[in-house]
Write a protein that binds this ligand. Sequence first.
Ligand code: ATP
Length: 137
Amino acid sequence: MADKKLTLDIVTPYGHVFTGEVDEVIAHGSEGEFGVLPDHIPFLTTLKVGMLAYKNGSETGYFFVNWGYAEVGMDKVTILADSAEKAEDIDVERAKEAKRRAEEKLRHEQMMEDAQEAAALERAIARIQIAEKHQIR
Ligand code: ATP
C-alpha cells in the first residue's frame, strides 16, 4: 500500500509544467478542496483559480493553476489548465504589475470588459499569495 504512487501531470497550452510520481494531490475543484490518494475513484472536475499541491514523502510541491480540469484516474491525476506555474517560478513583480493593470482598468472600463479584468485580477492575487507563502527565499 505505502509504495503505491500517483502520476501527476500538469499540462497547459504553454507547455508541460510538471510530471512526476507523488503520494497525494490536493486541488481546489468547483465543489471545494479535494485530496487524491492512489486508488481513488475516477472522476472529472473543473478547477478553480488557485493553488494545487502535491506531497511525496517529506517533499511538498506547490503550483498556481488557472482555470482548467482535473481528470482523476486510479493511479493518475491529469491537470489541464489555461496556465500554471510552480510556486518557485512565479514572477511576483510581473503578478504585481498585472494586478495594478487590472485594478486600473476596472476603475475606468465599461461593464463588458469587467469580467476579463476581474479574472486577470484573480490570477494576479492568487499568484502573489502562492509565491509569498511557498517560495523559498
Ligand atoms: P500577464 O498579464 O502578466 O501575462 P496573465 O495572467 O495574463 O499575466 P496567463 O495568461 O495566465 O498570464 O499566462 C500566460 C503565460 O505566462 C503562461 O505561460 C504563464 O505560466 C506565464 N505567467 C503569467 N504570469 C506569470 C507570473 N507572474 N510568473 C510566471 N509566469 C507567469
